[in-house]
Design a protein around this ligand. Sequence first.
Ligand code: GRF
Length: 199
Amino acid sequence: MRTAVLVSGRGSNLQVFLDAWTQGTLAIEIVAVGSDQENAQALERARQAGVSVRAFPLGAYPNRRAQERELLGWLKDLGIELLLLAGYMRVLSGEFVREAGFPILNIHPSLLPAFPGTQAQRQALEYGVKVSGCTVHFVDEGLDSGPIILQEAVLVRSEDTEESLAARILEVEHRLYLEAVRLLLAGKLKRSGRIVTVI
Ligand code: GRF
C-alpha cells in the first residue's frame, strides 16, 4: 500500500515504519514523508532510508488552507493510499480529510478522549490519573477526536516525570501503531460511524 507519513519532530514512530518497510515485515511502501517543519529530525530519518521528503512550512503560504491544498495535491499526485500521522502537530481540516479519500491514522500519547492536544503526558500527571497510555485512531477534522482503533494502558508511577511517563508510553506507541496498521492492511478493521471493530 502506497503510504505517506506526516511528521513535525523527532520521528521515532516514523522510524518504526521505515524499519518495518525496509525489513519487509509490513506490506506498505513508504513513498514520501511530509512535514510542516523544515528541520524536523524525522525528515533526516526519511532521507537516510531513501524516502523523498518535502516540507510545507505554514509561513510559506497565505493561510492554512493553501498549505493543506498543496500538501493534499502532493499526496494525490503520488497516488497515496494510506496516510500516517506520526507526531504531526497540526489538525487537518474537514475539507482535507473528506477530499483525501484514503484512510488517515494518528497515534496519540493518552487514552483518548482524555488529554487531546500537545501536552498529553504533562496533563495526565497534573490531573493525577493513575493510568494513561496511548491511542491509535482514524483522523477526523477534530483534535484527536476520530474513531478509536486500538488503545493500550500504561500505569502512571508516583515518581514519574513528564519525560519518564512519555518514554514508557512511547515504547507502547511503537508497537501499537504497527499493530493497527497491520490490522488495517489485513482488512480486519470494520468501521461503523465512530465504532471500529477488529474482526
Ligand atoms: C508521540 O508521542 C506521538 O504520540 C505524538 O507525538 C509524539 C511523536 O513522537 N503524537 P515521534 O516524533 O514519533 O518520536
